[in-house]
Design a protein around this ligand. Structure first.
Ligand code: BQZ
Length: 682
């Protein structure tokens, strides 16, 4: 049997023979070249799910001594055994790299994002970089799945501690963790789940990270009792449901806090008020996570302290987390890596190729404070060309661009205009980058070279295609013109949304000149992280530069990136009630394939269907692949219980490594900014 997870991490060469597609390649297309493996890649230790955690009542529980002294003895908090669920989640010693830990210390993190607020039920981000992963706890968990043995691969429980499918596969009954409490002591129950689903996901006036069909075809929820819920679907075995109940699509917010702010329960409130509720400066916020944001200073810091109601313990009964404080410096993504290299921060996904050489040099020093784990080429960049004919369209030019983006010949012309080898070397010299045709990332589980159709560098063919589309330089200024009856025959100018980091500027410089070579004027529009995300979510772009990660590694969990199964995606063909998606025949075909993939229970057949989907995606240049590249996880050597992990697989490393188990030996612990305190609510 193939080791699914090994392949996910790109650690071995596929030994099975897959059917080679017999269909002839389209004009100009080739097979994608293979690339040499990255040397010294990380090795992963594999476990069964019950070696990672189990739900179990223990005889005895404990907590940091200061917590008992300052809060329990003074009557501010009930004793620890009353704060924990009936049977808490027990994190097992077997899978801890350094075993049971000691309490105390500070984890110093950095993010390039900024918190929009704490109302994630209304699609607020808390600033990425792993803060979202702390405050949003979900029914299931996928991050640590990268460590599961192949034959025991399953979506992991979290706030839903177990579930079962009915015989006909059309209903899924889930049991919630009994007696778990929010950080303010209020019980977590099925009412939190119901409110999240009915009043935020299904409520069209509330923006949401999720949608009904993304969860499973025709998903409906019934509340059985306080701790039991039941899903029913139109189609059997909607396996993607369990993936989509993990981060970031099924993490209920606190109903007791949110209901009074929601118009259905409060006739003074509006939907706009609700969406803007819980701004970033309203702390402490209420969460099920291991740490709770207790202070926020704009563009400076988010400080988090341990949650005294957290529902996990180790095998000795010590309530988790071990570390008392987490600090998030609000800075840039690049400084996250540079600070972690120099030892002033503890954790970074190294993902910005232009700084790789410098960080490698620093890592080589014998006194480097940082441990680095190199992964496979599981990150990639692509150009997303907006295919919704009307969404956020303001003028004739934008409307004309959308029509062009919808033409396969145009997308092929763009793909043939890109010299990916030069682009890769401009990003970082050496063996890191690989030519990428779009679709699933190379060196990951479901990727098969034989599925991919590649339209490589061939500017002559690009120009021919543009001419065939009627795009010729009629005024002799070097830029092709629209035909006279479209957009006033103006020059073909395309606005290109990107971020403002160094990788973005490398892409901008190179793509501007590659497009100029075929007569297209590319105009970069530099946006910060928050602006970029909101332009993306509003469908407000001609083209945008995108850095993809987990969504193009494990298709089951973000199928809308591969096929438009719901209005919510893909990002480049999003639809709304007023500006719906207008699907083309190849997109319809991809939607059909996606539904076959969901329902297929045989692993091998499912892998073949995914291969077929990837074939359609690349053959139709659904997005324009640029380069694929590896990342590395950097962690300060002071931190214990850090397993080897790729920076992204099922989720980002921040979820995969289980920070609630991190600990630091006493003599190496840093002093907290708010020592010996837990969040206090009015
Ligand atoms: C990792 C991640 C954790 C989002 C974000 C950010 C947003 C996107 C994407 C990554 C950041 C880090 O990625 O780059 O290394 O820490 O946060 O959530 O790029 O702007 O919207 O999809 O995951």
């Amino acid at each position: 049997m193939m080791n699914y997870n090994k392949h996910l991490l790109g650690l071995s060469i596929l030994s099975m023979c897959f059917p080679v597609l017999s269909e002839a390649l389209p004009e100009g297309a080739t097979k994608i070249p293979s690339t040499p493996e990255i040397p010294n890649r990380l090795s992963i230790e594999y476990f069964s799910p019950d070696q990672i955690f189990e739900f179990k009542k223990l005889d005895h529980y404990s907590e940091p001594k200061w917590l008992t002294d300052n809060y329990v003895k003074t009557g501010k908090l009930p004793p620890v055994e009353q704060r924990l669920p009936e049977a808490p989640m027990v994190m097992k010693t077997a899978s801890m790299p350094d075993g049971v830990g000691v309490y105390g210390g500070v984890l110093r993190q950095v993010t390039g994002g900024r918190p929009q607020g704490w109302n994630w039920s209304a699609a607020h981000s808390q600033g990425w970089g792993g803060i979202n992963y702390i405050v949003q706890q979900c029914l299931t968990r996928t991050g640590p799945m990268y460590q599961l043995k192949t034959d025991q691969l399953q979506v992991l429980p979290n706030l839903a501690q177990s579930w079962e499918w009915s015989k006909d596969g059309k209903t899924l009954t889930m049991h919630l963790l009994k007696g778990a409490k929010w950080s303010d002591g209020v019980p977590f129950t099925s009412e939190d789940v119901r409110f999240y689903w009915e009043d935020t996901v299904l409520e069209p006036r509330v923006p949401s990270f999720s949608s009904q069909n993304a969860l499973g075809d025709g998903a409906k929820l019934t509340i059985i009792d306080e701790y039991t819920i039941r899903w029913s679907f139109n189609k059997p075995f909607q396996n993607q449901a369990l993936y989509n109940m993990a981060f970031m699509t099924f993490c209920p917010g606190p109903a007791h806090v949110l209901k009074p702010l929601h118009p259905k329960y409060n006739n003074q409130a509006t939907f706009e008020d609700f969406s803007n509720a819980l701004p970033a400066n309203e702390v402490p916020t209420v969460t099920m996570g291991p740490w709770v944001p207790v202070s926020y200073k704009e563009d400076q810091i988010i400080l988090l302290r341990r949650n005294p109601y957290y529902w996990k313990v180790d095998e000795k009964g010590n309530q988790l987390p071990y570390m008392d404080e987490v600090r998030y410096k609000l800075s840039t993504w690049e400084s996250r890596t540079l600070e972690t290299m120099s030892g002033s921060a503890d954790f970074s996904n190294m993902e910005n190729p232009p700084i790789y050489i410098e960080t490698l040099r620093k890592l080589a020093a014998s006194n480097s404070p940082t441990r680095a784990m190199f992964g496979p080429r599981n990150l990639a960049f692509q150009i997303q060309m907006n295919m919704n004919p009307t969404l956020s369209v303001r003028d004739d030019r934008e409307a004309a661009i959308r029509q062009l983006n919808r033409k396969l010949k145009f997308r092929k012309a763009i793909s043939h205009a890109i010299d990916r080898k030069s682009l890769g070397q401009a990003l970082v010299k050496g063996p890191f980058t690989a030519e990428y045709a779009g679709g699933l990332h190379p060196e990951t589980a479901f990727y098969r070279q034989s599925d991919v159709v590649y339209y490589p560098y061939n500017p002559r063919l690009s120009k021919q295609y543009l001419a065939e589309l009627g795009l010729v330089d009629s005024d002799g200024n070097g830029v092709v013109n629209f035909p006279d009856d479209i957009n006033h025959g103006d020059d073909l100018e395309i606005v290109f949304n990107s971020g403002n980091g160094t990788a973005d500027s490398v892409f901008n410089d190179n793509l501007v000149s590659m497009m100029a070579d075929i007569g297209i004027k590319l105009i970069p529009r530099l946006l910060d992280s928050v602006q970029g995300d909101s332009a993306r979510d509003a469908g407000d772009f001609d083209w945008r530069l995108n850095r993809s990660d987990k969504e193009l590694i494990v298709p089951m969990q973000r199928m809308e990136w591969l096929a438009p199964i719901a209005q919510s995606g893909p990002v480049w063909h999003r639809g709304t009630a007023n500006n719906p998606q207008v699907l083309q025949p190849f997109e319809q075909k991809m939607v059909t394939l996606a539904h076959e993939i969901f329902a297929e229970r045989d692993n091998k057949k499912q892998a073949d269907l995914i291969g077929e989907l990837n074939h359609e995606m690349t053959k139709n240049v659904y997005h324009v692949g640029l380069v694929a590249y590896p990342g590395a996880l950097l962690v300060n050597k002071r931190i214990r219980n850090v397993p080897n992990a790729p920076i992204t697989a099922y989720q980002w490393a921040e979820d995969a490594v289980m920070r609630e188990r991190f600990w630091v030996p006493k003599q190496q612990q840093l002093k907290g900014l708010k020592p010996h305190t837990v969040p206090e609510y009015e």
